[in-house]
Design a protein around this ligand. Sequence first.
Ligand SMILES: C[S@@+](CC[C@H](N)C(=O)[O-])C[C@H]1O[C@@H](n2cnc3c(N)ncnc32)[C@H](O)[C@@H]1O
Length: 218
Amino acid sequence: MLTDLYELRDDVYRRPLITALQRIGLGPGWKVADIGAGNGDVSVALATQVGRTGRVYAVDIDPLRRNEIASKASLFSQVLAVTQAVEELGLPEKVDLVFARFLLLGVQSPAVAVSKMLGAVKGGGWIVIQEPITSAGRIDENPLSADTSAIKWPDIGILVPKLLADAGVELKDMWAEAPVGFKSGPEVDYLFHMTEHPLPQEATVVLPPLVTVVGKLK
Ligand SMILES: C[S@@+](CC[C@H](N)C(=O)[O-])C[C@H]1O[C@@H](n2cnc3c(N)ncnc32)[C@H](O)[C@@H]1O
């Protein structure tokens, strides 16, 4: 079930991921880190761009994610799975880019996590954060009512620009993008996973917008 949710998430939120990678000009040879890598979908997207001469550190606190990442990335020798908390982040080298998607909503202190991630990036390098505003989802005209009690920061997306600006990052680009579905399809399935309530038969769903913030270090 968890893997299904990851697969669906990757599907419905793929567009902002691709847009962000194009925006920073990610290319062959880059050294990058995907923090809170989950099952490795973002890591694989990064690996296809950095090529064999690049490197992707796929970092996750959960040791069980290691095998998932390894199997997903088996064709990409440039992906290294690392079991580590963002709060303890210590990579063998500084990277050109740190990427985090759906990470900050679950950490104890987003500010600490941001500061640790920034410490892993070279001067002049990039940070890309993608986080949701969960409460801004819709089912038809109605606000989404998911049980977010287990999520520490369900609306963290709205706080990310200030978090990065306060940390001294130059904000290069920011946008919010919300996948929309009607009646059936991955967006509707994803929302069903989130709410665990049956949806109206011909519902139009607007998933929680994903805020992307692209920042550059001095
Ligand atoms: C919601 S999943 C997102 C996975 C992936 N980034 C994506 O967008 O599909 C969050 C991931 O962050 C990991 N995580 C949670 N807290 C963490 C922490 N403090 N340090 C590192 N990883 C963490 C979880 O184990 C989980 O795999």
